[in-house]
Design a protein around this ligand. Structure first.
Ligand SMILES: NC(=O)c1ccc[n+]([C@@H]2O[C@H](COP(=O)([O-])OP(=O)(O)OC[C@H]3O[C@@H](n4cnc5c(N)ncnc54)[C@H](O)[C@@H]3O)[C@@H](O)[C@H]2O)c1
Length: 253
């Protein structure tokens, strides 16, 4: 599909992978609408040209519908939705203070899995209204899982479950949306140097980098963004979860 001239919706666009993706898509000529939480939108610095940031919680229906209505009202043709919004709190199934908090588990599933699904279903409805290209394609949804979907570490039970859910939706969503000419691809990053990782000490970050097979460093957000543009431009990629991890296979801790 052509990125230039299309509108793109990117969630979690105030930070990390979402911000890098919004910038990369805008640089390639897309009109980008980023969604993020109120406080993240308020705190965001200057945005690249072609990027508009709107406040919306991905777990809610109305704000996401309002953002999509705004895109339509602007006369922009939505063809691409990229789900980057996510959270990664840590807790074990059974820890020193007792069993995993049920509300924390619910929250992680709500943001990472239900939020991704919510945006995918509503964006798909909007993309389905566009004219198909000469190959019958209307657009694409890219979701973000994590290699924790396959090898979640100690303390990642809720995160791993949510990301396995995102990976698990991929084929069935691609099948559901095929009749509308919409592809669905999931990216499962390894460790990317974003604010989500900023909480770790230099020592831990160095240890994480050393655990990567090659290249022995954390991935950069622009490498994730480049993968999204590659997926967008490659019409035969569909229904697949692509690892972007430097051959990292996570150890238990
Ligand atoms: N950084 C990594 O190493 C890594 C690895 C694998 C997967 N991922 C996944 O990539 C995605 C992006 O991660 P990141 O590293 O850029 O994190 P980040 O914390 O830098 O950015 C996440 C953004 O999502 C937003 N967000 C959170 N909850 C939201 C909600 N309910 N509604 C709207 N926006 C919300 C946050 O405000 C933030 O701006 C996440 O899904 C994360 O799980 C990250």
């Amino acid at each position: 599909m052509d990125i230039a001239g299309s509108a793109a919706l990117v969630t979690g666009a105030a930070s990390g992978l979402g911000a890098a993706t919004a910038a990369a898509l805008a640089a390639r000529g897309a009109t980008v609408y980023g969604l993020d939480l109120d406080k993240a939108v308020a705190a965001a610095g200057p945005l690249p040209e072609g990027v508009t940031l709107l406040a919306a919680d991905v777990t809610e229906e109305e704000p996401v519908r309002e953002a999509l209505a705004r895109i339509e009202a602007d006369g922009a043709e939505l063809r691409l939705a990229v789900n980057c919004a996510g959270i990664a709190p840590s807790a074990r199934v059974l820890g020193r203070k007792g069993p995993h908090d049920l509300d924390l588990f619910r929250t992680v599933l709500n943001v990472n899995l239900l939020g991704t699904f919510n945006v995918m279903r509503l964006a798909a409805e909007a993309i389905a209204r566009q004219e198909p290209d000469e190959n019958g394609q209307r657009g694409l949804v890219v979701n973000t899982a994590s290699i924790a979907a396959f090898e979640g570490q100690v303390g990642q039970i809720a995160y791993a479950a949510s990301k396995a859910g995102v990976a698990g939706m991929t084929v069935t969503a691609a099948r559901d949306l095929a009749q509308f000419g919409i592809r669905v691809v999931t990216v499962a990053p390894g460790i990317v140097d974003t604010p989500m990782m900023a909480g770790f000490s230099e020592e831990i970050r160095a240890g994480l980098a050393a655990s990567v097979t090659f290249p022995q460093r954390l991935a950069r957000p622009d490498e994730y963004a480049r993968l999204v543009t590659m997926i967008a431009e490659h019409d035969y990629l569909n229904g697949e979860t692509i690892r972007m991890d430097g051959a990292l296979r996570m150890a238990a801790r």
